[in-house]
Design a protein around this ligand. Structure first.
Ligand code: HMG
Length: 453
C-alpha cells in the first residue's frame, strides 16, 4: 500500500493561530467555592480550573469569532481577497439558520470595506466540541485542491454554559480561536490520517430553545474515553497500514508521538484521557511487562463472578496506573503542558483542543519534525484522532503573549457573573474599546454589531 499525503512540498496544515478570550474572569477558589459549598481544592486540583473566562454583556460567539479572525488577519497581514472559505465550528450560534460566519464577515467589512469578503464562502459546523475539528479536516482537503493560492480559515467560537449551581458550572468558559489553513504551513503539516469513532449518546446535548446544556456528567467522561479509544485504534491501524508509523517488536504507536493533545473540557480530563490511551497502547509493547512489575496484573473480567467487583478492581487499577511512574513520565513529557491555558480559561467547547495547541506554542514546546497528535471529542458523540508534523519554521512564528494577556483581565464578583450568566446585566462590566460589540438585537431578532474604537 502506498504512503498517503505525507507532508512534502505541497503539504497542507495550520500556518498560524489567534486566540480571543473575554476580558473578564471569575476565580473558582474564593467567593464562588464558598457560595457553592465546594472545597476549593476540588475545583483547582480535582477539576483543574483556576479561573473561568466570562463573556461581557456585549460579547457572544459571533463577536468573539470576529475578534480572533481580525487578530489573525493583522498578525499574518492577510487580506479579505486572500481568503476562500471561513468554516466555523460552534455550538453557541446565535441563530438557527443564518451562518455565524456571515455576522463575522459583516463585522470585518466594517474594517476592510463593504463587499470585501463577498467572494468568500462561510458555513457552520455543529458537532458539539468536535465541530471545529471536522471543519479543519474538510477545509484541509479544499485547500489541497485550491489552485488560485487562496487560504482557508477555521474559527472555533463558543460560550460554555451550564445551569447555575450545577455540577457543570465550574467547567464553563468562553473564547474563540482562528486557524489559518494553507499549503506549506509554517506551524503544522497535517498527515491526513484520521481515525474516527461515532455512536449515538445522551451524554451532553442542548435541545432547541435551551440556553444551557443538559449533561450526564459521569457518563460524559465515560463516553469521551470510549470514543477516544475507538478513534485511536482507527488511527493506529491506518497509520500502520499506510506505513507512516511502523512500530517494531516491543514498540507502540505513541512511541512515535511527541505531543498528545486532547479535547480539554477541564484539565483533569486530559489526565484521564492520556492514561486511558497510553495504557491501551502500551498493552502490546515492552512497557506492559514493566507496568505489570510495578502494578501487578490487570484485572480480567473472566476472573470475577460479580461484575460490580470487576468494575471496582478495574477502577482501582486505573487509579494506580494514573499514579505509576511510567505513566507520569509520559504524561509530563507529552501531555501536561497542553492544559496550561485551559486552567486560566475553562472549557471553550469546540476550540478547547486548539487552546491546547496554543499552550504548547506559547510555552515554546513544539520543535521542528515533532509529531503532534490530536484527540478531538464532541458529545453526542464522536472522536477524531489525527496527526501533524511540526515544520522547520514552527519556532520562528511570533508568540502571542497569551499568558500575559490573561493576567491583564478583570476579576468580577460572583454577583456580576450570575447576572451576566442569566442575561440580566445590560451594561457591560468593561465598556467595549478597540473591539467588536453586540449593540442590540432588533424586533426581528437580527443582531447589530459595531467596531468600537
Ligand atoms: P463532579 O461530580 O463535580 O466531580 O463532576 P467528581 O466528584 O468526579 O470530582 C472530580 C475530581 O475531583 C475527582 O478526582 C475527585 O476525587 C477530586 P479523581 O478521583 O477522578 O481523580 N476531588 C478533589 N480533589 C482535591 N481536593 C478535593 C477534592 N474533592 C474531590 N477536596 C464533572 C465532574 C466533570 C463530571 C462535572 O463537572 C460535569 O458534569 N461537567 C460538564 C461535563 C463535562 O465536562 N464532561 C467531560 C467529558 S464530555 C466533553 O468533554 C464534551 C463537552 O466539552 C461538550 C461538547 O462536546 O460540546 C463537555
Amino acid at each position: 500500500m502506498p504512503k498517503m499525503n505525507v507532508p512534502g512540498d505541497e503539504s497542507v496544515g495550520i500556518d498560524d493561530l489567534s486566540v480571543y478570550v473575554p476580558g473578564l474572569f471569575l476565580p473558582l477558589a474564593g467567593e464562588f467555592s464558598t457560595n457553592r459549598g465546594i472545597d476549593p481544592g476540588k475545583l483547582v486540583k480535582g477539576i483543574g480550573i483556576e479561573r473561568m473566562a466570562v463573556p461581557d454583556a456585549h460579547e457572544d460567539a459571533a463577536s468573539m469569532a470576529a475578534m480572533s479572525l481580525l487578530d489573525l488577519m493583522r498578525r499574518t497581514n492577510l487580506h479579505p481577497q486572500d481568503i476562500g472559505k471561513i468554516y466555523v465550528g460552534t455550538e453557541s450560534a446565535p441563530d438557527e439558520a443564518k451562518a455565524l460566519g456571515t455576522y463575522v464577515i459583516g463585522m470585518l467589512e466594517q474594517i476592510y470595506g463593504k463587499g470585501s469578503f463577498q467572494e468568500c464562502s462561510t458555513v457552520e459546523f455543529k458537532a458539539a466540541c468536535i465541530g471545529t475539528t471536522f471543519a479543519l479536516e474538510s477545509l484541509s482537503y479544499w485547500v489541497a485542491a485550491e489552485e488560485e493560492g487562496k487560504v482557508g480559515i477555521v474559527i472555533a467560537s463558543d460560550v460554555a454554559k451550564y445551569p447555575l449551581a450545577s455540577a457543570g458550572e465550574y467547567t464553563q468558559g468562553a473564547g474563540s480561536i482562528a486557524l489559518l489553513v494553507k499549503k506549506n504551513p509554517r506551524l503544522l503539516a497535517l498527515e491526513q490520517i484520521y481515525g474516527s469513532f461515532t455512536r449515538d449518546e445522551n451524554d451532553f446535548f442542548r435541545p432547541m430553545g435551551c440556553t444551557t446544556a443538559i449533561v450526564n456528567g459521569k457518563h460524559s467522561n465515560q463516553c469521551y474515553l470510549d470514543a477516544m479509544r475507538g478513534a485511536f485504534d482507527s488511527y493506529a491501524a491506518k497509520s500502520r497500514r499506510l506505513e507512516v508509523i511502523t512500530p517494531e517488536k516491543g514498540e507502540c504507536v505513541t512511541d512515535f508521538v511527541d505531543h498528545l493533545l486532547f479535547h480539554i473540557p477541564y484539565p483533569r480530563m486530559v489526565e484521564y484521557a492520556s492514561a486511558a490511551i497510553l495504557r491501551h497502547d502500551w498493552k502490546e509493547s515492552r512497557r506492559s511487562g514493566e507496568i505489570e512489575r510495578e502494578l501487578g496484573r490487570e484485572p480480567a473480567a473472566q476472573d470475577y463472578d460479580d461484575i460490580e467487583k470487576y468494575r471496582a478492581a478495574e477502577a482501582d487499577y486505573a487509579r494506580r496506573f494514573a499514579k505509576s511512574e511510567q505513566f507520569l513520565q509520559a504524561y509530563r513529557a507529552k501531555v501536561k503542558d497542553t492544559a496550561t491555558l485551559s486552567r486560566q480559561i475553562g472549557n471553550i467547547y469546540t476550540g478547547s483542543i486548539y487552546l491546547g495547541l496554543a499552550s504548547l506554542l506559547e510555552l515554546q514546546k513544539i520543535h521542528a519534525k515533532e509529531r503532534v497528535c490530536f484527540g478531538a471529542y464532541g458529545s453526542g458523540c464522536s472522536a477524531l484522532f489525527f496527526s501533524a508534523i511540526a515544520q522547520p519554521q514552527a519556532e520562528s512564528v511570533p508568540l502571542r503573549g497569551l499568558l500575559q494577556r490573561l493576567e491583564e483581565r478583570k476579576q468580577i464578583s460572583l454577583q456580576d457573573y450570575e447576572l451576566l450568566h442569566e442575561g440580566k446585566k445590560k451594561e457591560s462590566v468593561l465598556p467595549p474599546k478597540g473591539e467588536f460589540a453586540l449593540m442590540g438585537i432588533d424586533h426581528q431578532g437580527y443582531r447589530h454589531y459595531e467596531y468600537v474604537e
